[in-house]
Design a protein around this ligand. Structure first.
Ligand SMILES: *Cc1c(COP(=O)(O)O)cnc(C)c1O
Length: 369
């Protein structure tokens, strides 16, 4: 699905020397490279504040803590995402409220958000799933009307851009109240371990989050609030500081591979290629197809037999996961998400796919469909 080794070899000299410098300095935690990376990412995103943390899951949790969400408050998101988005809602004692996804984009169906809002609703968490921006114009309109915070889960979409009807373009993660991302190795900007970051243009929230990531502490051993311990270590920052320079080229490589796939599958009645939206860039964290009238399990087996990995993101919608059984949802509650879980497949998608591999993958898929 990914080829992290070939990508590393392309930047080996730069990355190795970055890592060696950290080891030589012994500034393993909060070294100067962490600050440097935060500044570089803030410049790349055109966002005033970037706070790095331990991983994308923590980023979401810290965002919700900083907004002062209290047990019982409701948070709107979708059931078709990675569990982390909803896990942190549950961990904080908040109530997840699901809104089904749009069948074409896999992102939150904005036409169904308003009817999910109650007096206890405090935040909307749009997920830019698989690298495609959610409909932020409509989400921000609703959030402003109902005075809700927006926490963008941009864990799969760093570098993607969203253009408003006014013509203004922004990077995802910098549009809502707070944006969150993950630097898990296979993400579009991945480090060599765990890592994450939180973005905001709100200085007050930024200050609070800088405290929360570090035990609620601004002066050593004086704790102003309850926080967590969630840091990006200096070695990861050194890796990311090199790789950030290549993020746009990585995303372009993903888009080129996606264009190859799209071209190969266009017009096939059994395959629905990803929907392109005007005015947004899709950075293809995953390349995900919808299948029609195909024995998916057999197809996956045939592909695997030919040495081609194929994954299902995601096989079970969150409202039907055992972990959320206590919420009392049933099959049929979110039919679009349920249908997608039964009909999608994701093909290998990374920065190192060459034409020979793409031909091999597309030919095998078409032969087995
Ligand atoms: C990866 C991911 C996360 C969590 O990031 P980690 O760094 O693995 O904690 C959250 N949300 C989405 C949509 C993700 O893909």
């Amino acid at each position: 699905m990914v080829d992290l080794k070939s990508q590393y070899l392309r930047h080996k000299t730069e990355i190795d020397s970055g890592i060696a410098e950290v080891i030589d300095s012994t500034a393993f935690i909060n070294g100067p490279i962490v600050k440097e990376f935060q500044q570089n990412l803030s410049q790349y995103l055109d966002c005033k504040n970037v706070i790095t943390c331990g991983n994308g899951t923590d980023a979401l949790q810290i965002a919700m803590m900083a907004l002062g969400l209290q047990a019982g408050d409701e948070v709107i998101t979708t059931p078709f995402t990675f569990i982390a988005t909803v896990e942190v809602v549950a961990v904080l004692g908040l109530n997840p409220v699901f809104v089904d996804v749009d069948a074409a984009t896999f992102n939150i169906d904005v036409s169904q958000i308003e009817k999910a809002i109650t007096p206890r609703t405090k935040a909307i968490v749009p997920v830019h799933l698989f690298g495609q921006p959610a409909n932020m114009e409509e989400i921000m309109r609703i959030a402003n009307q109902y005075n809700l915070a927006v926490i963008e889960d941009a864990c799969q979409a760093i570098g993607a851009e969203y253009t408003f009807s006014s013509g203004e373009t922004k990077k995802v993660g910098t549009i809502g109240t707070i944006g969150c991302t993950s630097f898990f190795p296979s993400k579009n900007l991945g480090c060599y371990g765990d890592g994450g970051a939180i973005f905001t243009n709100d200085d007050e929230l930024a200050l609070k989050m800088r405290g929360i990531v570090n035990h609620g502490m601004f002066t050593r051993y004086y704790h102003d609030m309850v926080g967590v311990n969630s840091r990006l270590d200096s070695i990861q920052a050194a890796v990311l500081n090199v790789k950030l320079n290549y993020l746009d080229s990585y995303n372009n490589a993903r888009q080129r591979a996606a264009a190859f796939y799209n071209h190969a599958f266009a017009g096939n009645p059994h395959i629905e290629i990803p929907t392109a939206l005007n005015g947004t860039t899709h950075v293809f964290h995953q390349y995900t197809l919808k299948l029609h009238d195909v024995n998916r399990a057999q197809l996956i087996k045939n592909m695997n037999d030919a040495g081609i990995p194929v994954m299902i993101y995601y096989p079970v919608p969150l409202h039907l996961q055992k972990a959320f059984a206590h919420l009392g949802f049933q099959r049929g509650d979110f039919p679009v998400a349920e249908n997608l879980c039964e009909s999608v497949i994701s093909l290998p998608m990374h920065t190192e796919l060459d034409e020979e591999q793409l031909v091999y993958i597309t030919e095998h898929l078409l032969k087995n469909i």
